[in-house]
Design a binder for this molecule. Structure first.
Ligand code: PLP
Length: 343
């Protein structure tokens, strides 16, 4: 067990949080003249700052106690909040395994927190030697592990993550934005036996709610309480909370969509395999495929000229483009256009 308190910034421990007008009252039976709201209109009331119904739905969905859950305006907000809870600006540092999701470093930079970057090996796995280096690095508070990883698409070895958890004296954040697309199990159980593990989830990808901005974290109650302590009180709108609850109440639709996307991914892989100018297709446990293509910049520009956007990842992985799985019609057009380019 880690002493979480000893990792939290002193000013956050000392902080008196903003106290919103109402915390846990039942809004239905109350005359609320406390928050300067307008008495007219459907959305006149501030959102529930405790996100009670949404947290209840998530608690139910994951069979995790409500005490171990917090929600954010997308998981990007939680990334930022975690950095602000734990990292003293201009002193503490975070670690990432590259290539990975860019937001960890951007959020750290905004807080004037440095990022120590470790390179994943040629199979995009954590190099065991780096674990020793990490444990010998001063002022390292947070490690971000994205698994399945964006933009590479693969799952990071559970054994290496476990080795890190067993030796690192800071907080380990495992970003599972794409886990629903994977046949590998979630690492949520790690949070039960390790109070320094945070699992990050988002409803943006597998639940199709990117427009609603709903992310959440599963972790030890103490970490959850500190994140909530500094979180802006109304950062998730009432409409978005409702959209998330609705999606969680319709898991059948979620599963149906998921299976459609996985089927499409299979189709895309078989099609891409037949394109000679594509040199490599990386294993994907996600809803995207990273490819290595000949003349990737030319292909990228040609796709744009045909109004098809993919992600240029050549800076992260040489000659690579990241392609999100779309509908069959979109995927068909994409394959047709790629073929055209190389003809
Ligand atoms: C898309 C993505 C997110 C962002 O999630 P939001 O909930 O939309 O903020 C987080 N992590 C990774 C790895 C992502 O690819």
């Amino acid at each position: 067990m880690i002493r979480i308190q000893s990792l939290v910034r002193q000013n956050i421990i000392d902080l008196s949080p903003y106290s919103s007008a109402r915390k846990t009252l039942n809004l239905n039976n109350i005359i609320s003249l406390d928050a300067n709201e307008n008495p007219y209109g459907q959305l006149r009331k501030y959102p529930d700052t405790t996100y009670r119904k949404l947290i209840d739905s998530l608690s139910n969905y994951h069979s995790v106690s409500t005490k171990n859950l917090c929600v954010g305006n997308g998981s990007d907000e939680i990334i930022d909040l975690l950095i602000r809870v734990f990292c003293e600006p201009a002193k503490d540092r975070i670690a990432t395994f590259e290539p990975t999701y860019g937001m960890y470093e951007v959020s750290a930079n905004i807080s004037n927190v440095a990022t120590v970057k470790f390179q994943l090996n040629k199979d995009f796995q954590i190099d065991p030697n780096d674990i020793h280096t990490i444990n010998a690095t001063n002022d390292l508070k947070l490690i971000f592990i994205c698994s399945p990883n964006n933009p590479t698409g693969n799952t990071i070895s559970k054994e290496q993550i476990s080795n890190l958890i067993n030796t690192f004296n800071g907080i380990i954040v495992i970003d599972e934005a794409y886990i629903d697309f994977s046949s590998n199990p979630s690492l949520i159980p790690f949070t039960e036996s390790n109070n320094n593990v945070v699992i990050l989830r988002t409803m943006s990808k597998s639940f199709g709610l990117a427009g609603a901005r709903i992310g959440y974290a599963i972790a030890d109650k103490l970490i959850i309480d500190y994140v909530n302590k500094i979180k802006p009180p109304y950062s998730i709108s009432t409409l978005n909370q409702k959209a998330a609850i609705k999606a969680l109440n319709n898991i059948e639709a979620f599963k149906l969509n998921l299976s459609k996307i996985l089927k499409e991914k299979k189709w895309m892989l078989t099609q891409l395999k037949e394109v000679e100018a594509i040199d490599e297709l990386f294993i994907s446990d996600t809803n995207f495929i990273l490819i290595k293509a000949q003349d990737p910049k030319g292909l990228y520009r040609y796709l744009i000229s045909k109004k098809i956007y993919v992600r240029d990842r050549t800076k992260q992985v040489s000659d690579s483009l990241r392609i999100t799985i779309g509908t069959r019609a979109e995927n068909k057009l994409f394959i047709k256009t790629i073929r055209e380019y190389y003809e």
